[in-house]
Write a protein that binds this ligand. Structure first.
Ligand SMILES: CC(C)(COP(=O)(O)OP(=O)(O)OC[C@H]1O[C@@H](n2cnc3c(N)ncnc32)[C@H](O)[C@@H]1OP(=O)(O)O)[C@@H](O)C(=O)NCCC(=O)NCCS
Length: 173
């Protein structure tokens, strides 16, 4: 699940300040800088959930929605999307607090807004670097909430009540 605003139930897994050294040729923050931090944030959550070493196996999705500028405070919020046998997929929401609007006044209450989202998959590995089954730590429960729009699975219809001999005998003809 991605977050459009900072979630109330958790802090950013990684929070940092975009610096001039992180810019691309256009002067905006380099996309690879965001990708590095998103990978680190996802790995931190995957490590905590798996309770041990993880490696990145795939970047499933990465979407850049808004440019990021020098002076932005960038928060990487993580949420477990899926836990498999040996892998964990993590959603990363990247939210920015713009402390220095270009040419503008510093806002009194600068709100955070989304600039990018990512989904990455990690594999829990042993010391031999081979995949190892995950036995999720209790943290998984907290970071793996059902999506608010998720529909509850319907209960199967109860079997029709069988008529007992007593109920049959009271039947009127
Ligand atoms: C990660 C690695 C150990 C997986 O080895 P593997 O032999 O492919 O392992 P498996 O085929 O058993 O797959 C392991 C898990 O990864 C998942 N997986 C493999 N490839 C995947 C992909 N492209 N996308 C998403 N998940 C993938 C599998 O579905 C499986 O998950 P599950 O057990 O939850 O069902 C191996 O590919 C590797 O060492 N890669 C390099 C990792 C690395 O250096 N990362 C960058 C630095 S951290």
């Amino acid at each position: 699940m991605y977050f459009e605003t900072p979630p109330a139930d958790r802090a950013a897994t990684v929070c940092t300040l975009a610096m001039p050294k992180d810019t691309n040729a256009l002067g905006d923050i380099f996309g690879g800088w965001l990708m590095t931090h998103a990978d680190v944030a996802g790995a931190i959550l995957a490590f905590r959930v798996a309770g041990g070493r993880v490696v990145t196996v795939a970047v499933n999705a990465f979407v850049f929605r808004e440019p990021v500028f020098v002076g932005d405070v960038v928060g990487f919020y993580t949420d477990v999307a899926r836990i498999g046998r040996t892998s964990i997929t993590v959603d990363v929401s990247i939210l920015v607090t713009r402390m220095l609007p270009p040419g503008g006044r510093v806002p009194r209450d600068p709100g955070a807004f989304p600039v990018a989202t990512a989904t990455l998959t990690y594999v829990h590995v042993g010391e031999n670097r081979r995949p190892r089954p995950i036995r999720p730590t209790p943290l998984a429960q907290h970071h793996h909430r059902p999506h608010p729009k998720a529909t509850k699975r319907k209960k199967p219809a109860a079997p029709a009540a069988r008529k007992t001999p007593a109920s049959r005998s009271t039947r009127t003809r």
